[in-house]
Ligand binder design. Sequence first.
Ligand code: C2O
Ligand code: CU
Length: 478
Amino acid sequence: GLAALALASCSPTPPRYVTPTGAPVREAELARAGTGRVTSVALRAAETQLDLAGTTAETWSFGPVPASTIRMTAGDTLRATVSNDLPADTSVHWHGLALRNDMDGVPGATQAPIGAGETFTYEFVTAQPGTYWFHPHVGPQLDRGLYGALIIEDPNEPLSYDDEWVVILDDWLDGVTATPDEVLEELKGGMGGMMSGGGMGGNMMMGARSDLLGGDAGDVRYPHFLINGRPPTDPETFASAPGRRVRIRLINAGSDTAFRVALGGHRLTVTHSDGYPVNPVDTDAVLIGMGERYDVLVTLGDGAFPLVAMAEGKDDNALAIVRTGSGEAPTAASAVSALTGAILTAGALAASSEVTLSTRAVDRELSATLSGSMMAYDWAINGRRFDAANPMAGALGVSQGERVRLNITNETQMWHPFHLHGHTYQHSGAGPRKDTSIVLPGKSLSVIFDADNPGLWAAHCHNIYHAESGMMTILGYK
Ligand code: C2O
Ligand code: CU
């Protein structure tokens, strides 16, 4: 609250925005009318070591990597006490949730950072069922081990399945080749400097062209790609039985990598995008950008199968094993053939009828034009690089109750996963509900949402290095 009030005095004709602790924020939370049941969890952020099958990575985490899954029933209140035993400020952002604004975990906009040695308690109603996740919103801390799944179960779950697995994808360098902060500093120095100065042991790469994403594959070379914190040489095994129906909740917690995910020998039925139901679509593989989630259903065959996630354009894979019978465990290399079938992207999905936005005229049009280049590393939105010291400069303004169309235009040669906090928009043309969407190079994406959750909401590229070098803005309620 203090930060936001201080900001309001900076600009010459300050638009007056609802503050994170303002009355409309409290009213919106009351309207969520929870069950009153409270689930308490403790999250301790601390330095730790991660064993990557022979390499020991020094990293930061909430206990294991990923953190233990937080499981809620929709309508219940989550009370999460975060203790910061890191040597740095931190916060926790609850990615994808329409929650009360002062619990959104964005220092400089919604709260003061949680200082080293401090604790902060997040408390909010988890109103909407779905697959969500959490991570800090301070610098590139997301690219360490500070992440976990937040699953909000539907008390009236319409799907039936026998097992449910959470599969979290990640690209990993922390404690192996560099820290994310070091990588960010290198990137901000620009590619020119990197080339001449030699850089830090070849972390950077001009990515190979990626046929699906049509642009550079990524800014950073990762030595490892992980599923649930484990490299392909030491994969997690999901044990089950032939004929069982499994719901797999896929979450991409990577910072700079899209993954093409398949389960060898199986078709996947996509049922949810970013937590919201879609009309089910069958596919061989799904493409998942940073911050996105897909839920898929699969009926298991008999044997040992690769659950493989190809790091798009980076020529490397993450792997887990699904075992329902005997047979040699597949390797990452042998699993690649699983990735050659039909690949689903968000454009092929439609929201299911119960979550389709009502027909209604648009009250307000907003634009977010993404610009910048790898060379200069000058990523920006609407021509402005986000400045944490003046976060409301260039903010996108809405009024409560409006139907809003947001046109996201990517003028760069790289793809960007665009994320809006606090709302789950719908892709125009009866597309899926989402909070994070891939916008391809040179393309536009139009999304619609109802401005029904007052506060200050970050909107940014979920390539954490792009966001932290300027591709971020704030959506504010006037
Ligand atoms: Cu998952 Cu603002 O982020
Ligand atoms: Cu980006």
